[in-house]
Ligand binder design. Sequence first.
Ligand code: AMP
Length: 114
Amino acid sequence: MYNENNIFAKIIKGQIPCEKVYEDKNVLFFNDINPMAKIHVLGIPKIFCVDFSDFILKSEDSIVSDFFKKTEMVIDTLGIRETGYKIFSNSGVNGGQEVPHFHIHILGGEKVKL
Ligand code: AMP
């Protein structure tokens, strides 16, 4: 069950600020408030979904495709396509997810220790 009071839903609705990296009508990429590497960007679809599975199961193929294409575009914009990066998404209790709105982490800019 999606809880609209989570912090990323508030960011999407403009109720809480964030350091935007890229935004359009379907997606938002912004800097993580507690970076784990020199570059640490979070990417979220604007559709309300709890985690990766929820996003895939409830979204049109075009929305899923658009999200991952935009992720790659942001990776290029960040200048880390050639030097490398780590992308991941935490889900649920066992995945250690803190914010219950699907997001991917993009880490780079240095050798990522994780
Ligand atoms: P996760 O454990 O995958 O749910 O990660 C949640 C991430 O959101 C963590 O890396 C936090 O540092 C980050 N975070 C929490 N609140 C904010 C915020 N207001 N702006 C940017 N990043 C945030």
